[in-house]
Design a protein. Structure first.
Lengths: 505, 335
C-alpha cells in the first residue's frame, strides 16, 4: 500500500511537471515484457509519462549477438530527439528487452511494438537492430506510427463539392512502419558510438569534456533542459542535481540522421531529402508535404513530385541535386502515391472549376446571403444579425457583381476592420476566415467535374488497387468516385471489399 | 469375395511372386482362405506405410487398431510396407471413430482415425507416411512454414548452429518486411531450424518440404574456399514451384560470423515466392500479391541475375491478382 502511494505520488509529480509550461523532457526505463503482460491481461493499462505533449517510445535495439550496442543506439537516438526538440514537452519511454519472437509464431517486431505503442498512446515508436557483419556493425532503424497518431497527424481528407455528392476522399501516410536507415559502422564508428553513449549516462560539472563527473543520470527520473550552450546541454534532474552533457549531431554519428528524421516526424513533420536515409524515409517526407497542403497550393508541382514515384515517369537511382535515391520498381507505401495522385487530380479539377467560376465574378446578393448563413453558425442570432447587417450595408456600396479582386479587397479592408472590432470584443479572430470560406466554399461546392475525367482517375486507381489490395484509402476513395459516376455496381463492390479489409485489420 | 480380395492383394503386392518368401505367401494364403469363410462381423483394414520423406516403404512397422482403449486388431508391415489388420468391428449404425496407431523404432509414432458404420469401414485402405525419428518438432502445424535443415560441412569443419542462425536471420529479414504490410499475425510464416533434417542430395529438399508440410525447405553445404568458406544454399518448396532447388552462394564468409547467416536477397525472394504460392493455394490472394511484390522488390534491390525466378514471381503475382475481387473494379470488370 505504501509502495502504491509512493508510485502514485511519483506519477502525480511527473504529470505536474509535464503539464507545466516550458520545455520539458522526461525519460523513463521500462521492461517491455512487464508492459506487454499487463496489456495482454486486459483491463486498465496505466500509461507512463502521460502529461507530455509529444510522447515517444524508444525500444532497445535488437542485439542478437550481444554486442552491447543496442542499448547505446537507442539511448543516443532518444537523447538526440530530446535535445533537438527542446522547445517541446517530450516524454520518452525507453523499453528494454527483445522484440524477436521467443518461439516461431510469437508476437514479434512491429506487431509487438504496436501493442505497446497503442496501449501507451505514444505519437511515435522507434526501434531497430544492430548486427555484426564481418568487421562492421549493421544498424537498422525503424519508425512506427501507431493508428491514432496516423489518423490525427498523418492523414488527409478532402470533401468533394456538394454538387459531386460531398463525400470525403482520404489518404493516410504509407508506409506507417518505416525502415528509415541502414548503415554500416566500421570499428572506429562503433567506438565513437559506444563512447558517445557512455557520455550520455552521466552529468558533468561544466560544459567541457574534461570536467569532473557529478552524477549518473538516475533511471525513472524526469529532467528538464535548463540551458543549451553550443554542443552542450544543461540538464536539471527533478529533485536532484543539475549538470552538463554533450550533445552529438549527425555529422559526428551518422546513425543520428534517423533521430533527426524521427524528431521531425514527432514534432514538425518529417523533413525532406537526406542521402543517409532510405527511399522510404523520402517517400514519407514527400507524402507529408503533399498532405500538409501542398496539393492545394500547387497541384501541378505536387503532381510532378508524385510522378517521380509513380510510373511511367518513375525516377530511379540517385537524384543529382540531393543524392537521394528513390529506389526502383514499385514506390514505397504500395498504392499510397497512386492514391495521392488521384486526390491531387480531383483537387486540381475542382480548383480549376472554382477559378473559372470566380472569373465570372460574384453576385453581391449571393454573397450577402452566404455571409448571413455562415455567421449564423459562428455567432449568436442577435450578433449574427447585427454583423451581417453591417457587412450588407458595406456591400451595398459595392458593384452588383464583384470580381475576385474586388471581393478580396472588400474582405481584407472593409470587412476586416469591422471584424477586428468584433474580434477585440468577442475574441473571435477566426471570423474573417469563416466569412471568406462562406463566399468561396459555395463556389467550390457548385463545381461538378466532367464524369469522363473522374472515370479516368477512378480507372487508374482501380488498377493501382491490384498492387495494394488491402489499401483502405484506395478502396474507400473508389467507392466515392464510382458513387459520383453513378456506377453502383463498382461502388458496391469497392465498399464490400473495403469492409472485408477493415474486418481483417 | 475371395477372388476379388486376391485380385486386390495382387495389385497391392501380395501375390505370391518369386520375390516373396514362402512363409509370406503361406500367411497370405491362410488369410485368404480364412476370409473365404469369415467369422461373422470380421473385416479388414489394409494399407501401406512409407517413409514420409523418401517415400520408401517401411517394413516391420507395428499397426494396431483401437476402439477407445480396446485393441481390435494388430499387424506388421511387410517388406513392401503393406499391412492388413483383421478385426471385428462394433455393429453400430452410428459412425464409430477408431484409432489406427503405427510404430517403428526408427520413425516417429503416427496415428489416424478410420471410421466405421454398421460394422464396415468407410474407407478400407490407407497410405500412411511416417516421419524419421527426430523430425517431429520440425513439423509444427498449420500455416506457412519455412524449415532450415542441416548444412553439410567438410570433415573437421565445425560451425555453431548454422541452421538456427539462418532461421533467426530469416525471421528478422522476412517477418519485418511482411509485418510492414500489416500481414495478420496468424498468416505470417514461421521459420524453424531443423538440424535433424539431413538431406543427402539437394533434390531431396522438396521431399522434406512436403513431408514437413512446410512451404520451403532450405538446406545446403559449406565449402572450403581459398581464405574462408563458401556457404551454398538450396531452396526447395512443397508446391512444385522449383523443379530443381534454387541454389545461391555466400562467398568467403567466416562461419562463426553472424553475418554468415544472412542470406542473399535472391534467397529471400525465392522463399517469399514459395510462401506466396502457399497463400494462393489457401485462396489468400491479397497476401499472395503482397508476398510477390516484396519478392520483386528484393530482386530489384539486389539487381538480381535470376530472370527465371523473376518470371516465376511475376506469374504467381499475375495469378493472385487475377483472382482478386478487385478485378471487378477495373474498367470493364477486368475483362
Amino acid at each position: 500500500m505504501k509502495r502504491k502511494l509512493y508510485l502514485g505520488a511519483l506519477f502525480a509529480a511527473l504529470l505536474c511537471l509535464l503539464t507545466s509550461a516550458g520545455p520539458v523532457a522526461a525519460g523513463g526505463d521500462y521492461v517491455l515484457e512487464d508492459s506487454l503482460e499487463k496489456i495482454m491481461q486486459g483491463g486498465e493499462y496505466r500509461r507512463h509519462l502521460t502529461g507530455a505533449k509529444y510522447r515517444l517510445a524508444v525500444f532497445s535495439f535488437e542485439d542478437p549477438q550481444n554486442t552491447g550496442l543496442g542499448d547505446d543506439v537507442a539511448l543516443l537516438l532518444a537523447r538526440h530527439i530530446l535535445f533537438s526538440n527542446s522547445e517541446f514537452a517530450i516524454g520518452i519511454l525507453n523499453f528494454k528487452q527483445g522484440l524477436a519472437p521467443g518461439q516461431p509464431g510469437d508476437l514479434s517486431y512491429f506487431d509487438k511494438v504496436d501493442k505497446v505503442a497503442q496501449a501507451e498512446q505514444v505519437n511515435l515508436a522507434v526501434w531497430g537492430r544492430v548486427l555484426p557483419v564481418g568487421d562492421r556493425l549493421m544498424v537498422d532503424t525503424f519508425l512506427q506510427l501507431p493508428p491514432k497518431s496516423l489518423e490525427q497527424n498523418f492523414s488527409f481528407y478532402f470533401s468533394m463539392p456538394k454538387a459531386m455528392g460531398g463525400k470525403k476522399l482520404q489518404a493516410h501516410m504509407r508506409p506507417d512502419r518505416i525502415h528509415v536507415q541502414r548503415i554500416f559502422l566500421d570499428q572506429l564508428g562503433m567506438a565513437d558510438l559506444a563512447g558517445a553513449a557512455g557520455r550520455q549516462r552521466h552529468l558533468l560539472q561544466a560544459p567541457r569534456a574534461d570536467a569532473p563527473v557529478m552524477a549518473e543520470i538516475p533511471r525513472d527520473k524526469t529532467f528538464t533542459i535548463a540551458s543549451v550552450e553550443k554542443n552542450w546541454v544543461q540538464l536539471q534532474v527533478k529533485g536532484g542535481v543539475k549538470g552538463w552533457m554533450p550533445r552529438f549531431g549527425p555529422e559526428f554519428l551518422k546513425v543520428l540522421n534517423a533521430a533527426e528524421f524521427a524528431g521531425g516526424v514527432l514534432t514538425r513533420g518529417p523533413e525532406g531529402a537526406n542521402p543517409e536515409l532510405t527511399p522510404e524515409a523520402l517517400a514519407v517526407a514527400e507524402q507529408f508535404q503533399v498532405m500538409e497542403g501542398r496539393l492545394f497550393w500547387d497541384p501541378d508541382e505536387t503532381l510532378l513530385m508524385i510522378n517521380r514515384w509513380v510510373s511511367p515517369e518513375r525516377q530511379a537511382g540517385s537524384e543529382p541535386e540531393t543524392q537521394m535515391a528513390r529506389g526502383a520498381g514499385k514506390a514505397p507505401g504500395g498504392a499510397a502515391f497512386a492514391n495521392l495522385k488521384a486526390l491531387v487530380l480531383i483537387v486540381k479539377g475542382v480548383r480549376e472549376c472554382s477559378r473559372a467560376k470566380m472569373a465570372e465574378g460574384f453576385s453581391r446578393e449571393e454573397v450577402k446571403k452566404n455571409l448571413r448563413e455562415a455567421l449564423s453558425h459562428s455567432l449568436s442570432e442577435e450578433e449574427a444579425a447585427r454583423v451581417s447587417g453591417r457587412i450588407a450595408k458595406l456591400l451595398d456600396k459595392a458593384p452588383a457583381r464583384l470580381t475576385e479582386r474586388e471581393l478580396n479587397d472588400f474582405f481584407s479592408k472593409k470587412v476586416g476592420r469591422e471584424l477586428d472590432k468584433l474580434a477585440r470584443r468577442e475574441k473571435g479572430g477566426n471570423l474573417y476566415f469563416v466569412l471568406q470560406e462562406a463566399v468561396v466554399a459555395p463556389m467550390l461546392d457548385s463545381c461538378k467535374l466532367d464524369p469522363g475525367y473522374v472515370r479516368e482517375i477512378a480507372n487508374e486507381l482501380a488498377k493501382a488497387s491490384l498492387d495494394d489490395p488491402d489499401n483502405l484509402d484506395v478502396l474507400k476513395n473508389l467507392a466515392v468516385l464510382f458513387d459520383y459516376l453513378g456506377d453502383t455496381e463498382r461502388r458496391n463492390l469497392a465498399e464490400t471489399i473495403a469492409g472485408q479489409v477493415a474486418a481483417k485489420k | 469375395l475371395a477372388k476379388r480380395l486376391l485380385h486386390s492383394m495382387g495389385r497391392r503386392g501380395w501375390s505370391c511372386g518369386l520375390v516373396n518368401s514362402f512363409w509370406r505367401c503361406l500367411g497370405a494364403t491362410v488369410l485368404c482362405l480364412g476370409l473365404t469363410a469369415p467369422v461373422a462381423g470380421q473385416t479388414l483394414l489394409n494399407g501401406q506405410v512409407a517413409n514420409a520423406v523418401t517415400k520408401v516403404p517401411i517394413p516391420g512397422a507395428t499397426v494396431k487398431l483401437f476402439h477407445g482403449n480396446q485393441e481390435l486388431g494388430a499387424a506388421s508391415s511387410d517388406a513392401r510396407g503393406n499391412f492388413m489388420v483383421s478385426c471385428t468391428l462394433p455393429r453400430s449404425d452410428q459412425p464409430q471413430n477408431l484409432t489406427l496407431q503405427l510404430e517403428h523404432a526408427e520413425f516417429e509414432k503416427a496415428s489416424l482415425t478410420p471410421q466405421a458404420v454398421g460394422g464396415k469401414f468407410t474407407q478400407q485402405s490407407y497410405a500412411l507416411h511416417l516421419l524419421p525419428r527426430g523430425l517431429i518438432h520440425c513439423q509444427p502445424g498449420k500455416g506457412r512454414f519455412v524449415v532450415v535443415g542441416h548444412f553439410q560441412a567438410p570433415m573437421g569443419v565445425t560451425y555453431s548452429e548454422l541452421p538456427q542462425r539462418i532461421a533467426t536471420a530469416l525471421t528478422y529479414d522476412l517477418l519485418t518486411r511482411l509485418q510492414k504490410l500489416h500481414l495478420q499475425a496468424n498468416l505470417q510464416p514461421k521459420f524453424l531450424a531443423c538440424e535433424e533434417a539431413k538431406s543427402r542430395l539437394p533434390d531431396q529438399g522438396k521431399l522434406f518440404a512436403q513431408a514437413l508440410h512446410a512451404d520451403v525447405f532450405i538446406c545446403g553445404n559449406v565449402i572450403q574456399a581459398e581464405k574462408q568458406f563458401n556457404i551454398r544454399t538450396f531452396v526447395s518448396d512443397s508446391h512444385g514451384l522449383f523443379e530443381v532447388p534454387l541454389s545461391f552462394i555466400n562467398q568467403n564468409v567466416d562461419l562463426n560470423d553472424p553475418g554468415a547467416a544472412e542470406l542473399q536477397p535472391e534467397t529471400h525472394a525465392a522463399v517469399l515466392a514459395a510462401v506466396a504460392v502457399g497463400f494462393e493455394k489457401e485462396e489468400k490472394f491479397a497476401e499472395g500479391v503482397q508476398a510477390t511484390l516484396l519478392a520483386e522488390k528484393l530482386l530489384e534491390v539486389s539487381q538480381s541475375k535470376q530472370p527465371d525466378l523473376a518470371a516465376e514471381i511475376d506469374k504467381i503475382r499475375g495469378r493472385c491478382q487475377a483472382r482478386l475481387p478487385h478485378q471487378g473494379l477495373l474498367a470493364g470488370g477486368g475483362q
